[in-house]
Ligand binder design. Structure first.
Ligand SMILES: Cc1ncc(COP(=O)(O)O)c(C=O)c1O
Length: 469
């Protein structure tokens, strides 16, 4: 080795050492900042202050012409980013249907980022692909779905609805000799799509993305809880996609699958279930009854980031016959892997993708069957406690609280909206509003593993105070 070669190699090895040391120091600091954030989340208002949101402007400005040290970047994130987040991990965020993030899922997400795996193909990450397979099977078991069901981990229930419905579209058109993936929908035989008046907007969005049309659907009337009326179903046949719902985003109610599915199956319709959060009720012996009949469907969409508290983002598409999903989603290029093994990208709208299945695996592994059941039971009990406390104070609960969703009317649309605004500004907890069958309501969705009885009582007191004005 020449002198100059040896100098070069010793310089580069010391450079590598210092890069590693700097990275280690940075990651320790990031871990400290993250822990600092989580430890402080209980003491801060759930919604960020207006001041914190305004201070985000400090992060604006043109992209600097040269580099910024990673320490400075991290410092900026924690100083300005952390205070303007919504305190979802406080256990007192009851907006939308947002859970928190289980410790095991959070830690797994740090590992996933450190690994930087591309979970597209087995050769790119055996760990990511195998853990995703295991997690999908655990989800299937927890939801009580048929053996052989397979699917994909995606970004959320919207993409899960999209993915599952793409399998439905494939199958119905293939039955009529039409190759929709190759030839598209122009000139294709028509498909009938049946949804309820209360289908979640993500289902109609998915139908739009698939070329089936957001509005080109038959809408079945619902009852006072938002359940599809089995007696009002149109004619179903082998050319029909029937979309059911397990867990209405407002009331938590379930379509009567046991009354609908046997006949729909006999007619040859493809039954799809949007069970973004509600399907997880199947994991709880106490709530399992609501999910009866949904196992007869052909496809299901659900979320890891809602009731199982896996952290964002994590959705799951499941299909009784995974071949149909593969037919809709597979991707072909000379440099990509084909073959017999289950390759995620042949079941997924994505090619390159985060190893979300690892976080799902970790969260479910940490919970076990009983842990998942307890989240469902505990949060539903909290919902009932909210409903009882609000009803006792004279306010009207608009829904039957069957799972974790509560709708409350504070007397008039104005009073309800003013209560929601005062509550959000006060900061003890966070709830949003909705309109339920013509009535303005505050929504309480108890979805976080972290919510305690004390959180409920503190939040209830804040709600009653906000209602008084
Ligand atoms: C019933 C239902 N379906 C679908 C979705 C959409 O889920 P995501 O936001 O994960 O795409 C939601 C969200 O709340 C939902 O409640």
């Amino acid at each position: 080795m020449s002198v100059s070669e040896s100098n070069h190699s010793s310089r580069s090895s010391s450079t590598v050492t210092s890069v590693t040391e700097n990275r280690t120091a940075l990651l320790k600091r990031a871990a400290r900042d993250a822990m600092d954030y989580l430890e402080g989340v209980d003491a801060r208002p759930v919604a960020p202050t207006a001041q914190a949101v305004t201070a985000l402007n400090s992060l604006r400005g043109p992209l600097p012409p040269g580099p910024t040290s990673a320490e400075t970047v991290l410092h900026l994130l924690h100083e300005f980013g952390s205070p303007a987040t919504v305190g979802k991990n406080s256990g007192r965020f009851f907006g939308f249907v947002n859970g928190g993030c289980l410790p095991a899922a959070l830690a797994a997400s740090w590992m996933v980022s450190a690994w930087d795996q591309n979970a597209a193909f087995f050769v790119q990450s055996p760990t990511a692909v195998v853990l995703e397979e295991i997690a999908l099977e655990w989800v299937r078991e927890l939801l009580g779905l048929p053996v052989g069901t397979g699917g994909a981990v995606v970004t959320g229930a919207t993409m899960a609805n999209f993915s599952a419905l793409s399998a439905a579209r494939h199958e119905l058109l293939a039955r009529q000799g039409w190759d929709v993936e190759a030839d598209g929908l122009f000139g294709a035989p028509p498909i009938t799509v049946v949804v309820s008046e209360e289908a979640h907007a993500s289902v109609t969005k998915a139908l739009g993305l698939l070329g089936l049309g957001r509005n080109r659907v038959i809408r079945v009337p619902v009852d006072g809880q938002g359940r599809m009326r089995a007696d009002a179903l149109p004619h179903l046949d082998a050319n029909t996609i029937l979309c059911l719902q397990a867990g209405n985003v407002n009331t938590g109610a379930f379509d009567p699958a046991a009354a609908i599915c046997p006949a729909a199956r006999a007619a040859g319709a493809w039954i799809h279930v949007d069970g973004a959060f509600g399907l997880w009720a199947a994991a709880s012996p106490e709530h399992h009854r609501w999910t009866k009949g949904f196992e007869l469907a052909d496809s299901w969409a659900t979320d890891g980031h809602k009731w199982p508290n896996i952290g964002y983002d994590c959705g799951i598409a499941l299909v009784r016959d995974p071949k149909t999903l593969k037919a809709a989603m597979s991707i072909d290029a000379a440099y990509l892997v084909q073959g017999e093994r289950r390759e995620p990208s042949h079941y997924n709208p994505e090619l390159s993708r985060r190893a979300r299945g690892v976080e799902l695996w970790a969260g479910l592994r940490s919970l076990g069957r009983s842990g998942m059941a307890q989240i469902v039971s505990r949060t539903s009990e909290h919902a009932r406690r909210f409903a009882a406390g609000l009803a006792a104070a004279g306010y009207t609960i608009l829904n039957d609280v069957v799972i974790n969703q509560v709708l409350v009317d504070f007397g008039s649309p104005e009073k309800t909206l003013a209560t929601v605004a005062r509550l959000q500004a006060e900061g003890t907890c966070w709830c949003g509003s909705t309109v339920w069958q013509g009535k303005t309501a505050m929504r309480i969705s108890v979805s976080s593993w972290a919510t305690t009885k004390e959180d409920v009582d503190r939040s209830l007191a804040a709600m009653l105070k906000a209602a008084k004005g």
